[in-house]
Structure formats: structure tokens, C-alpha cells
Design a protein around this ligand. Structure first.
Ligand SMILES: C[S@@+](CC[C@H](N)C(=O)[O-])C[C@H]1O[C@@H](n2cnc3c(N)ncnc32)[C@H](O)[C@@H]1O
Length: 254
């Protein structure tokens, strides 16, 4: 869903020349990897993740789109010993830094890894996307905001680096932060037919973390939205959007 925005982020990175060696840290199924391959057609990308399943899906997509000769998948736990990732001119980490057990160590490792003059792009979501009209849904006003409040509470306790300001950590690791910017994403559901499925999956995942914290009436209303075949299913709604923000830090190794 965010491919257009990811492409605009890769297009505006402060790079003097196209990098040839890129590392995508915590690549998942490759949202960033494919954007980078498209933006830098001469480059090879080492796509690193701890999940064998994500890497398998990324390889399948790379084969299907004929770019598999430019992607090397590397299964590694970045909280443990790092594999050989060469000397990239660009390291990209999208929505992965907040998962690191010791982010300060990861930032130092990236600084050591990068070629002199190389760039580290950290992209982090500012919270989880909203999908329903503000204040919605109408049958249970404010439900989506209460789900987010419960989710924020959960993340503050269990994923403490979520929503962090990475600027000071990057500076402490030896980087010069050249740019920090926050991008507002607003995708209109009427132009993106996949939004319903994205919203369904997103809210299903959030249900797992917020169910205990929500009042029974909210949970019932959430389950009505999540009942894919039901009359209140989120898949049936024509008023969905994706509203979110992403912050980008572009940091240079001297
Ligand atoms: C939210 S996903 C982001 C995926 C992708 N970068 C994107 O922007 O869509 C976070 C990814 O980081 C990976 N990850 C989390 N902790 C990790 C670790 N310690 N070592 C390697 N990968 C890790 C997860 O497996 C997951 O694929």
C-alpha cells in the first residue's frame, strides 16, 4: 500500500551518486528492497532478516520480477553476530530499528559497516495507520482511537523503541544526521481497492495486543468489523483510507 511513498523516499535520499551495494536491514518481504532495486538499477541489495519465511517470499517475488540476480537474501539475527555484508554505500532500515534489542549497538554496527561517506536511511512509522473516518466507526464512535490508545500503551511496555527519535542515537554512533523529515500518508480508499484487506489484516493484528485492554462493547464492535463475511465487515466499507506518518533520518558516515 505504501509503495508510492517508499519510492518517493528512495528518490529523495541525499546521495551524490547511485550506490552499487545496498543493505536492507530487517527487509521483511522486501517493500524497501524492491523500491531500492527500482530506484538504483545498477545496485545489488543484500536483504537481511531473521525470518526465513519472509526471505523466501522476498526471493519468490524477486524471481517473479526478474531481479533475483541483484538480490542476496541473508538470514541473520541482527541482535547477535553479524554476517559479512560487504561495504555498502547505502544501508536502509525501514520499520526495523525499533525491533532491535540494543539499538545503540545496531547503530554502531551500521556505522562500522558503511563505506566512508556512505548513507544510513532510517525510516520509522509514526504509530500504526488509521483506516476508519475520524471518530469512527459510527456504530461505536471513537473505537479506532481507543484501539490505538491501548496499542500505544502495549508498545510503550513491550516495544520501548517504537516511536523513538533516532537522531541523538545516530549522532552518538558517529553519524552526521543530514536530514530528518516526516511524511504524511493519506491514501483514499476509493482509489485503492486493497485497502479493505490491508485494514482487516492491520486491525486483526492489533486485536491480538489490545483485546485484554478494551471494554467488552468495544471488543464486540471490533469483532463485527473483523468478521469478513458479516454485515459490518470492514471489507464492505466504502469510506476507508490509510492515514499515517513516517519519519526518515538520513545519516552520513564521515
Ligand atoms: C515491521 S517489519 C518491516 C519490514 C520491511 N523493512 C518494511 O518496511 O516493510 C520488521 C522486520 O524486521 C525483522 N526483524 C526484527 N528483529 C530482527 C532482528 N533482530 N534481526 C533481523 N531481523 C529482524 C522482522 O523479521 C521483520 O521482517
Amino acid at each position: 500500500m505504501l509503495a508510492e511513498h517508499t519510492a518517493s523516499i528512495t528518490a529523495s535520499l541525499p546521495l551524490k551518486s547511485g550506490p552499487l551495494h545496498i543493505v536492507d536491514l530487517g527487509c521483511g518481504t522486501g517493500a524497501g528492497t524492491f523500491a531500492l532495486l527500482a530506484r538504483f538499477p545498477e545496485a545489488e541489495v543484500a536483504a537481511v532478516d531473521s525470518s526465513a519465511d519472509h526471505l523466501r517470499r522476498l526471493r519468490e517475488k524477486a524471481e517473479a520480477s526478474g531481479v533475483d540476480d541483484r538480490v542476496r537474501t541473508v538470514q541473520a539475527d541482527l541482535d547477535a553476530a553479524w554476517p559479512d555484508l560487504g561495504t555498502p554505500e547505502l544501508v536502509w532500515a525501514s520499520a526495523s530499528m525499533h525491533h532491535m534489542a540494543d539499538p545503540a549497538r545496531t547503530l554502531r554496527k551500521v556505522h562500522e559497516l558503511l563505506a566512508p561517506g556512505g548513507l544510513f536511511a532510517v525510516v520509522e512509522p509514526v504509530g500504526f495507520p488509521r483506516f476508519l473516518p475520524e471518530g469512527g466507526p459510527e456504530e461505536r464512535p471513537g473505537l479506532e482511537e481507543r484501539i490505538h490508545a491501548a496499542s500505544d500503551q502495549h508498545h510503550a511496555e513491550h516495544v520501548p523503541h517504537c516511536g523513538a527519535d533516532w537522531g541523538p542515537g545516530l549522532t552518538d554512533a558517529g553519524f552526521t544526521v543530514e536530514e530528518t523529515r516526516t511524511i504524511t500518508v493519506h491514501l483514499d480508499g476509493s482509489r485503492h481497492e486493497a485497502i479493505g484487506r490491508y485494514a482487516l489484516r492491520g486491525l486483526q493484528r492489533m486485536r491480538g495486543t489490545v483485546a485484554q485492554a478494551l471494554p467488552a462493547e468495544d471488543l464486540t464492535a471490533l469483532d463485527r468489523l473483523l468478521a469478513a463475511d458479516g454485515p459490518h465487515s470492514i471489507l464492505r466499507r466504502a469510506d476507508l483510507a490509510v492515514r499515517t506518518e513516517r519519519t526518515v533520518w538520513a545519516a552520513r558516515r564521515a
